[in-house]
Design a protein around this ligand. Structure first.
Ligand code: NAD
Ligand code: TYD
Length: 336
């Protein structure tokens, strides 16, 4: 099968491209990525000469380019991950989130429809459901109530994808996953940011009281879920993915410090994120039942392995922490 992965140079995309090439030996993978600040061609540099892999630098908002690539490569299935993905950036500058996540997704859907692809996997997020109180889990039936510009733009694209299934019969499957962690995550997200700061003895900025809860899943488990949804999901359906690993942020920050042998005095409580969702927690029973998918990684061991990966691959993230990122860090965290 010929698959187009969008956003393959990002965190989840690069892990997915590797998984597809390793575990689907008769698939050809075309990775279309704009290489924004979050896209890093270095994450897949070793695949440059791989016979079943091609990288195209491009914007999902460019319909002509998409149609040309998809025709030339005879793309049969799309796995759509390209997005602006960071909540804090969506608060500082929301426009590009609409351009890429909403408008870009619609352009891609339109080209997929015109070329009659056999499958369109839209990679959405549990953040479209909004925030939970102290109890309960998100199911696929939970009403969408996004609270940040990021999650609102993802809800827009999620609903557009489902509308293309309903209205035009495009064979769309939507997945909604909880917070990922693992190798190749851009060091602006909680876990890699805390590791990179702790390694360099810099302060660890914890928003609010540190008691917000996220439900963590290892990126490889998410990627296996995406393959299962592509292969076994029913058109027009939504599947939640999560690994039942709810943790308070402060607990994770302390674990990272412990794993690195650094003192808790590095923790610095900072001003809360505006509109900060309190708790996310996922019910993934439908995916487990209908896609025969189950998460393999346990949080504590996989977090330790992730910390080791960042220690051993310091060059990868240090090269990122320059230029544009420094400007962002200054705006987001001030002089800290
Ligand atoms: P990321 O920010 O690491 O990567 C996004 C990639 O998309 C980058 O390589 C970037 O260059 C590319 N991109 C951005 N705009 C583009 C455009 N206009 N055209 C082409 N490429 C473009 O994000 P991620 O964490 O890997 O997330 C991937 C997808 O998974 C996103 O759709 C995100 O909403 C979703 N998701 C992420 C998580 C998570 O915890 N990270 C959880 C659930 C869902
Ligand atoms: P993040 O990794 O940005 O993911 P999301 O907001 O999409 O869930 O943040 C995870 C949690 O960590 C969230 O509750 C915000 C918190 N957080 C901090 O406390 N400090 C930070 O510097 C960052 C980036 C996040």
């Amino acid at each position: 099968m010929n698959v187009l992965v969008t956003g393959g140079c990002g965190f989840i995309g690069s892990n997915l491209v590797r998984l597809l090439l390793a575990e689907r030996p008769d698939w050809r993978v075309v990775n279309l990525d704009k290489l924004t600040y979050a896209g890093n061609a270095e994450s897949l540099a070793d695949l440059r000469d791989h016979p079943r892999y091609r990288f195209v630098r491009g914007d999902i908002g460019n319909g002509e380019l998409l149609a040309d690539v998809m025709r030339t490569e005879r793309v049969e299935a799309v796995m759509h991950l390209a997005a602006e993905s960071h909540v804090d950036r969506s608060i500082l500058a929301p426009s590009v989130f609409i351009d890429t996540n909403v408008r870009g997704t619609q352009v891609l859907l339109e080209v997929a429809r015109a070329l009659s692809v056999r499958r369109f996997l839209h990679v959405s997020t549990d953040e479209v459901y909004g925030s939970l109180g102290p109890t309960g889990l998100f199911t696929e039936e939970t009403p969408l109530a996004p609270s940040s510009p990021y999650s609102a733009s993802k809800a827009g694209s999620d609903l557009l994808a489902l509308a293309y299934a309903h209205t035009f019969g495009l064979p769309v499957v939507v997945t909604r996953c909880s917070n990922n962690y693992g190798p190749y995550q851009f060091p602006e997200k909680l876990i890699p940011l805390m590791i990179a700061n702790a390694v360099r003895d810099r302060s660890l900025p914890v928003y609010g009281d540190g008691m917000n809860v996220r439900d963590w899943i290892h990126v490889e488990d998410h990627c296996r879920g995406l393959v299962a949804a592509l292969e076994k999901g029913k058109a027009g359906q939504v599947y939640n993915f999560g690994a039942s690993s709810e943790r308070h942020n402060i607990h994770i920050v302390k674990q990272v410090l412990q794993l690195l042998g650094k003192p808790e005095s590095l923790i610095q409580y900072v001003k809360d994120r505006p509109g900060h969702d309190r708790r996310y927690a996922i019910d993934s029973a439908k995916a487990q039942r209908e896609l025969s998918w189950t998460p393999r990684h346990r949080f504590e061991e996989a977090l330790a392995a992730t910390v080791r990966w960042y220690v051993e691959n310091r060059g990868w993230w240090e090269r990122i922490l320059t230029g544009e990122y420094l400007k962002y860090y200054e705006t987001q965290y001030g002089g800290r």
